[in-house]
Design a protein around this ligand. Structure first.
Ligand SMILES: NC(=O)c1ccc[n+]([C@@H]2O[C@H](COP(=O)([O-])OP(=O)(O)OC[C@H]3O[C@@H](n4cnc5c(N)ncnc54)[C@H](O)[C@@H]3O)[C@@H](O)[C@H]2O)c1
Length: 316
């Protein structure tokens, strides 16, 4: 297979590239290195084709799509902090950039997997979240939701192109995916906590830490993506991909301290100190993964303890 991965120098994209190389694919990546890094793909040098460029470069995207059999569209601006500080640029990349990829793949009639997000469900309190759960997002001026809005529109355009032009697309909604190579720089909680713990510095929790999440190891998530892409039955469909085992952020901090034998203390700060005005959070975010389990017999296998150990081993 000739595989084209947008955002291939990023966290999930680089693990996906590893999996495709292991499968024997010819891999091409396109990345503008905004949040991705050369370090993530250094070990692939000579094994893959690397293009440093932007998904908004239509001519380049069309050329790379034409030369491929399947496209994994992972490129996006993400990280709550990043979105809130670079709002217009993020919307442009996530919506206009994705539109270019979607139309190019439609034009050349290739197979496509797009990366969406659990953020699209917003603050819906009815957990766990299944694929038909309602979206409940705050006012447009609550800037955090622009990421979810752009991703939701991308999903809607993909769905429409599937209906009207036969686009062979499968949508993956990742829930809190974590593992080695993820950076804590843009507000991601697990790498941020582990980095602080390894440095024996205070672990900073926003608000009171009673908010909860479920984490999924990137290797499990990549296995799901590959399996979804191998089945024609998933074309035109959309799937949650997430872990099992809900944990509060306070419990997570305690667990990270224990597993890294750290002397860190926990400190609490209000959201208003951590984020610019316009931030709001969701209290819980729990995936219902029964749809993907039934469709391709996938479920996560890597526990949270193993996740923390693998990240701390790779960051030490
Ligand atoms: N990690 C998660 O928990 C999570 C959760 C939900 C959804 N997602 C989605 O999964 C995908 C991958 O996320 P990730 O966690 O690997 O993040 P990441 O930031 O590590 O990867 C995104 C990659 O896209 C690149 N990129 C950004 N804008 C680009 C542009 N305009 N042109 C070319 N490259 C560009 C970045 O440099 C980076 O390498 C994204 O679409 C993201 O929205 C991730």
């Amino acid at each position: 297979m000739r595989v084209f991965i947008t955002g291939g120098a990023g966290f999930i994209g680089s693990h996906l590239a590893d999996a495709c190389i292991a499968r024997g694919d010819a891999v091409t990546i396109l990345d503008n290195m905004s949040t991705g890094s050369a370090k993530n793909i250094a070990h692939m040098q000579g094994k893959i084709e690397i293009h440093e460029g932007d998904i908004r470069d239509q001519a380049l995207v069309e050329k790379l799509v034409e030369q491929s059999d399947i496209v994994f569209h992972m490129a996006a601006a993400l990280g709550v902090k990043n979105i809130m500080e670079h709002t217009l640029e993020s919307i442009d990349r996530n919506f206009n950039g994705s539109e270019i990829v979607l139309h190019a793949v439609t034009k050349y009639n290739k197979r496509l997997i797009i990366a969406s997000t659990s953020e699209i469900y917003g603050k819906n309190p009815n957990q766990p979240l299944h694929e038909e759960s309602d979206r409940l997002v705050g006012a447009p001026q609550k800037i955090r939701w622009t990421y979810a809005d752009a991703k939701a529109l991308e999903e809607a355009v993909a769905h429409t192109l599937h209906k009207t032009h036969g686009l062979k697309v499968t949508t993956v909604r990742f829930f809190n995916t974590v593992g080695p190579r993820q950076t804590g720089q843009y507000g991601m909680v697990v790498p941020r906590f582990i980095q602080s713990a390894l440095n024996n510095e205070d672990i900073t929790i926003y608000d009171d830490g009673s908010q909860s999440r479920v984490f999924c190891h990137v290797k499990d998530a990549v296995r799901a993506v590959i399996k979804l892409s191998e089945s024609d039955l998933t074309i035109g469909d959309y799937f949650n991909v997430g872990g099992v085992g809900e944990i509060t952020i306070k419990e997570l901090a305690t667990k990270v301290i224990e597993r890294t034998n750290s002397t860190s203390s926990i400190r609490y700060i209000p959201y208003s100190e951590a984020y610019p005005a316009g931030f709001e959070d969701m209290q819980r975010r729990v995936p219902d993964i029964s749809k993907i389990r039934h469709a391709i017999d996938w479920q996560p296998q890597i526990s949270l303890n193993e996740i923390i150990d693998s990240i701390s081993a790779s960051s030490a």
